[in-house]
Design a protein around this ligand. Structure first.
Ligand code: DG2
Length: 254
């Protein structure tokens, strides 16, 4: 039966990843390191000789800039790029803009771990008084959705999956079926959602999975779009291992 391959990449480190702030739908820029990571991701793609037919990304610039670096470095800027809010990071609600270590000090390690990694417990809602409420709601990047009355105030991973996977199945999968080579440049949690769905992971299994910034990974998929083997990271093993550990340690005091 048919076999498919899909490549994904979490954006490079953002300025808010660097400051260890909950980011969600805040439109943070890549940090200097993030730009470097994205270029290195492009180099890994180039070295493997991977050519894409179409690219998908979120409406957030950290993901778009990462994709652009990858396509530039690997010499394939002419391919179509589709951007959608459905691939955005999960909305971090009232936590948006808070320091992750300070959140642990305020709410306790257990509560913050639940907000960050539980499957279906969303963080507290973003209230209209929140410093970034208006900026996010009125940003023209959301002119094509979500509609005002459905605009998220917070999202669990489950809620994120409920708006990302319909897009994935209706738009990305048909491209794979046509034999197209696809890359998705997105976010820690929006990609964890796709990984959970592809791998049919339980809520407990996905809790333990953290994706590193700026390191592309690939799945081979069988005819029913089930993974053949585990995800394969592109790049040297040392970089990959170190990056995964860093994400896991974000709420530990240094
Ligand atoms: C991070 C993920 O998302 O945070 O929103 O702070 O991938 O867009 O940098 P990204 C954020 P954690 O769930 O790992 O705390």
């Amino acid at each position: 039966s048919a076999e498919y391959c899909i490549t994904m990449c979490r954006h490079g480190e953002s300025e808010w990843n660097q400051k260890n702030l909950f980011c969600g739908w805040y439109n943070a820029n890549l940090s200097k390191k993030g730009h470097e990571e994205a270029k290195r991701a492009g180099k890994a793609i180039k070295d493997e000789g991977i050519k894409f037919d179409i690219a998908y990304t979120s409406v957030l610039k950290r993901a778009q800039d990462t994709l652009n670096h990858i396509l530039e470095v690997s010499g394939q800027t002419k391919i179509p790029i589709v951007s959608t809010w459905r691939l955005n990071e999960r909305h971090y609600g009232g936590l948006t803009g808070q320091n992750k270590v300070e959140a642990v000090e305020t709410f306790g390690e257990e509560q913050v771990a639940i907000w960050r990694r539980s499957y279906d417990v969303p963080p507290p809602e973003m209230e209209p008084e929140h410093p970034f409420y208006d900026d996010i709601l009125n940003d023209p990047i959301y002119k094509d959705g979500p509609p005002r009355e459905k605009f998220p105030k917070t999202e669990s991973l489950k809620l994120c999956i409920e708006r990302s996977m319909p897009f994935f199945y209706s738009t990305v999968i048909p491209q794979l079926k046509k034999g197209k080579n696809v890359i998705i440049a997105a976010h820690g949690n929006s990609l964890r959602g796709i990984v959970k769905s592809l791998e049919r992971m339980t809520p407990e299994q996905i809790m333990g999975l953290n994706l590193p910034t700026g390191i592309p990974f690939q799945y081979r998929l069988d005819g029913l779009f089930r993974p053949i083997g585990t995800m394969r990271f592109l790049g040297d093993e040392e970089t990959v291992t170190k990056a995964i550990e860093e994400v896991a340690n974000q709420t530990k005091k240094k």
